[in-house]
Ligand binder design. Structure first.
Ligand SMILES: [Zn+2]
Length: 166
């Protein structure tokens, strides 16, 4: 009888790709699990609404309305809790815009925003380099966690120059 082979390196075998990887709901469950969130039915349902449409900016009210439309029975409190849990877990980025209105961004990579003051719409800004910004250091005992840039825009008050008619 030969001795069992000595395990080398980490004991955990790498996960083999499975046909289930192609299933978006399965992928979402795995994404929640790797963020240390138990994939409850409500989290999967709300995660599906949040992440299945590409990068976007969502408010609690928008998500509540979307859940209502697909007949997912969730309360506003659940919506708030889930959005905050997802944000804590790094799946969403919260953007404080107006007093009461908080946007949650499914794109968690650093980027800046335009806020349309008239419609309340938030738009991603093309890449902006903040490295050259001369910022004072934070108060003693604090460090900069991240820089959030929201540029507020409105319809131009200047007359739009029209091409000259012949
Ligand atoms: Zn964004």
């Amino acid at each position: 009888m030969s001795p069992p082979p000595t395990p080398r390196g980490p004991m955990v075998a790498p996960r083999r790709p499975s046909p289930m990887d192609a299933c978006p709901v399965h992928a979402l469950r795995r994404r929640l699990q790797s963020a240390h969130l138990r994939p409850t039915r409500q989290r999967v349902a709300l995660g599906w609404l949040l992440f299945a449409k590409g990068n976007r900016h969502v408010t609690a009210e928008m998500l509540f309305e979307e859940a209502r439309r697909v007949k997912a029975p969730v309360s506003m409190a659940t919506i708030y809790n889930t959005l905050h849990q997802f944000t804590q877990a790094g799946l969403l980025r919260s953007i404080a815009v107006e007093g009461a209105k908080a946007y949650f961004d499914t794109n968690t990579s650093p980027h800046a925003h335009f806020l349309n003051e008239e419609t309340g719409d938030l738009m991603d800004m093309p890449a902006v380099d903040l490295a050259g910004v001369d910022m004072p250091p934070p108060p003693p005992g604090y460090e900069v966690h991240r820089v959030e840039l929201v540029v507020r825009i409105r319809k131009s008050r200047k007359p739009v120059s029209k091409p000259q008619a012949r």
